[in-house]
Design a protein around this ligand. Structure first.
Ligand code: FAD
Length: 346
């Protein structure tokens, strides 16, 4: 277990933002993770768990407690059952399962970060979410002081949300178990229209697994959504805002403000409608590349806020607030941040 003091956190995040950690602990086994959490909890020390730092906005003041970096490894495949240690690199996990001819997470290729963080916000893209494949999550329950195994149903998954995100001080994910599919080398049905078009198939068809993964990687790279240290469009936390889910009344109010424009609209649970945050941002006047300072919108995607190299967390948040306020003024819709904020608020 490596322990450092006054350790810079910015290099551990994809935004490259944030001040130092008072104490940074890097754990490479589950036992080290549990012991570091127990030690911090016993001392009443604030604790921040990080994996790949790809969904975090850390304030410029840093973190005045223990930051626990999860660097555990473990990829165990038994037939179609996959068990991952929380520290496994997600994008590599997807590549390995595709190479093994197994379907279920192929459309989640290229998403940065760790396997252990995927249940936290029910990671999803291109019509797939981890919640459909996760059978169990093994986590250390800080309230109970012991490790627990939660079934997929007990994880409370919904759109970019889970029990872990709802109660962030309680669980530290140690292992994630998936049930994958053996479709003879074929993918799960292509759900997303853009992917289907790119692959030259109809939505609902299955394609070769490697072709599915390659198509997703190409589409993502075109939007700056695959990490590339040389490309500042990828110095981001991915989508900065979640797609708003509007109640029937909110949706009626929103439509009344559209002035003849047609906004994306998808059915959501409980009679709600999901619209597109990227569309709202663009239509409110914040196009690709918007911003004159060291933090701007990505030149490839309006939904990614990026650090052009010299930004502070303050710069990024100022841009985020300008966009949130502009969308509210134009459409009456409140954008909500997707990344987790540490020591700062939108
Ligand atoms: C370029 C880019 C593209 C992206 N595209 C997508 C996308 O398509 N879909 C999508 O859903 N997300 C996307 N994201 C967001 C991000 O990659 C995911 O949310 C990812 O799962 C975060 O993993 P991480 O290990 O980096 O988490 P971190 O950023 O390190 O942490 C995020 C949160 O999870 C908590 N956490 C991390 N590990 C654990 C653990 N083991 N136990 C308990 N809590 C933990 C942290 O405390 C924090 O609250 C993208 C990000 C970037 C930078």
């Amino acid at each position: 277990m490596l322990v450092q003091h006054d350790a810079p956190l910015a290099p551990l995040t994809t935004l490259r933002l944030g001040g130092p950690a008072r104490r940074l602990v890097t754990a490479t086994t589950d036992a080290e993770v549990v012991s570091a959490v127990r030690e911090a909890d016993a001392a009443g020390e604030p604790l921040l768990v990080i994996g790949g730092g790809s969904n975090l906005v850390i304030g410029d003041a840093g973190f005045g407690g223990t930051v626990l970096r999860i660097a555990t490894t473990g990829f165990e495949l038994d037939g179609t059952a996959l068990e991952l240690a929380a520290g496994e690199v997600w994008a590599e996990v997807v590549a390995r399962t595709v190479d093994k001819g197994l379907a279920g997470i192929e459309f989640l290729a290229g998403i940065p970060g760790s396997a252990g963080a995927t249940p936290v916000q029910n990671v999803g893209a291109y019509g797939q979410e981890v919640s459909t494949g996760i059978t169990e999550v093994v986590a250390y329950d800080r309230r109970a002081g012991e490790s627990v195994t939660l079934t997929g149903a007990e994880c409370g998954f919904s759109y970019r949300h889970s029990r872990f995100k709802a109660d962030p001080e309680r669980y530290v994910v140690l292992r994630v178990r998936f049930e994958l599919e053996d479709n003879g080398g074929l993918s799960t049905p292509v759900r997303y229209a853009e992917t289907a078009r790119h692959l030259g198939v109809e939505a609902g068809e299955r394609v070769d697994l490697a072709a599915a993964r390659d198509a997703v990687l190409r589409l993502r790279a075109g939007k700056g959504m695959v990490l590339d240290a040389a490309d500042h469009d990828t110095w981001s936390a991915g989508s900065f805002f979640t797609n708003p889910i509007l109640t029937a009344d909110q949706y009626a109010d929103f439509r009344a403000r559209l002035d003849g424009r047609t906004a994306p609209a998808y059915p959501a649970p409980d009679g709600c409608t999901k619209t597109s945050a990227a569309w709202l941002i663009d239509q409110a006047g914040f196009g690709k590349g918007y911003g004159a300072g060291p933090a701007t919108l990505s030149t490839k995607h309006t939904l990614a806020l990026t650090n052009r190299g010299a930004a502070t967390a303050g710069d990024l948040l100022a841009l985020a607030r300008e966009i949130r306020d502009g969308v509210r003024a134009a459409f009456g819709v409140e954008l909500v941040n997707e990344p987790v904020m540490v020591g700062v608020q939108l």
